[in-house]
Write a protein that binds this ligand. Structure first.
Ligand code: PLP
Length: 404
């Protein structure tokens, strides 16, 4: 008998992006193989760099950033966050409504721990960024997945959301722009989701970490601004738009009727104080990032790396017989569909492992994003065009004769 098995709490918690598939790739690397990794949304290894002014600001502030700070974060950083939302017409929050965390990831976990009792339900998109499902499950809650509809540009299916509300539903999560699908939600859709939340007394979590990564003139709308009468918790951070995932700087900001959530806010404060505070030197990056030159804008227009890489990946994926893909309007990913009848596929994780073994290309299987069928996978569009071309020509070759 195992002396120290994992806790029961973790029994149904999954985070496959760094799971068995990722571990298989690491083993191959240890054996000396070079793996083309299209699995993690981490810009730095693909040659993306942070704006210089951010690095300089962090270095300058290092000598005076040696102590703990307030559990919610540095005042100057939180002020800059409040001002960022004010500049977008969102006026419902003060510095006290902002929590800075070691990445949005930490805050997602904290937010669920403070909210959920055993069996409480949270509506989570399917496919999702799987940390949301994992965080709900770890907190004792039940993630109830609502469909995002590939036929409708991956927009959430409003009827499906409505049909999944029960007396135990506490909150709804939206990811906009979306990981893994790249969908950017319209104002009309967000208003419909807000109306559902209003009618059913739901808290809205809006993960907007890709709000500045938009293509082809797509416009991002903050649901907090569209529904100021509702309690919204918006998550964001520096990882993606400023290419500094490793700095671990994220935030959440509460808008709407906070007087109706005093207990929850007390809980959030308690959990924030239990982990003392987020990394302090790196918090100095926030003010400079939000107020400085927005170099991300150069990357997402024609000629910019992110734009060109997305276009090439989209083009090449759709040329592969039996593979099709909706064009992402934002973020750093695609979630292509595979014709599973054509290839007789019943296990998408096996597909990813077989591809890895044969071609040394790493993707993530769609069920890792809580998708219901083995007919999708995710790729990141961060590699250079020549790397995308190499990876996708290997993938096309692999699919030519593949079946399970
Ligand atoms: N939310 C989404 C949708 C993400 O894709 C990611 C990272 O990939 C995160 C949150 C976590 O970001 P952070 O680096 O701030 O923890």
């Amino acid at each position: 008998m195992e002396l120290f098995p994992k806790s029961n709490k973790l029994e149904h918690v999954c985070y496959d992006i760094r799971g068995p598939v990722h571990k298989a790739a690491l083993r191959l690397e240890e054996e000396g193989h070079k793996i083309l990794k299209l699995n993690i949304g981490n810009p730095a290894p693909f040659g993306f760099e942070a704006p210089d002014e951010i690095l300089i600001d962090v270095i300058r502030n290092l000598p005076t950033a040696q102590g703990y700070c307030d559990s919610k974060g540095l005042y100057s950083a939180r002020k800059a966050i409040v001002q960022y939302y004010q500049s977008k017409g969102i006026h419902g929050a003060t510095v006290n409504d902002v929590y800075i965390g070691n990445g949005a990831s930490e805050l997602i976990t904290m937010a669920m721990q403070a909210l959920l009792n055993d069996g409480d339900e949270v509506l989570v998109p399917m496919p999702d960024y799987p940390l949301w499902t994992a965080a709900v499950t770890l907190a004792g809650g039940k993630a109830v997945h609502y469909l995002c509809d590939e036929e409708q540009d991956w927009f959430p299916a409003i009827d499906d959301i409505k049909s999944k509300i029960t007396s135990r539903t506490k909150a709804i999560v939206i990811i906009n722009p979306n990981n893994p699908t790249g969908a950017v939600y319209s104002k009309e859709l967000l208003l419909e989701i807000a109306e559902i939340a209003r009618q059913n007394g739901l808290l809205i979590f809006s993960d907007e970490i890709y709000d500045k990564i938009l293509y082809d003139g797509a416009v991002h709308h903050h649901i907090a601004g569209l529904a100021p009468d509702l309690l919204t918790i918006t998550m964001n951070g520096l990882s993606k738009a400023y290419r500094i995932c490793g700095f671990r700087q994220g935030w959440m900001i509460l808008n709407g009727p906070k007087d109706k959530a005093r207990g929850y806010i007390e809980g959030l404060d308690m959990i924030a104080s239990m982990r003392l505070c987020a990394n302090v030197p790196m918090q100095h990056a926030i003010q400079t990032a939000l107020g400085g030159y927005q170099s991300i804008n150069e990357l997402i227009v024609p000629g910019g790396r992110l734009y060109e890489q997305r276009n090439r990946a989209y083009e090449l994926l759709n040329q592969i017989p039996g593979v099709s893909c909706v064009k992402p309007m934002g973020a750093l990913y695609m979630f292509p569909k595979i014709d599973i009848k054509k290839f007789n596929i019943y296990d998408d994780e096996k597909l990813v492992l077989d591809l890895l073994a044969q071609e040394k290309v790493l993707l993530v299987h769609g069920r890792g994003f809580n998708w219901h069928a083995p007919d999708h996978f995710r790729i990141v569009t961060l590699p250079y065009v020549h790397q995308i071309e190499e990876a996708l020509s290997k993938f096309a070759r692999f699919m030519e004769n593949y079946h399970q």
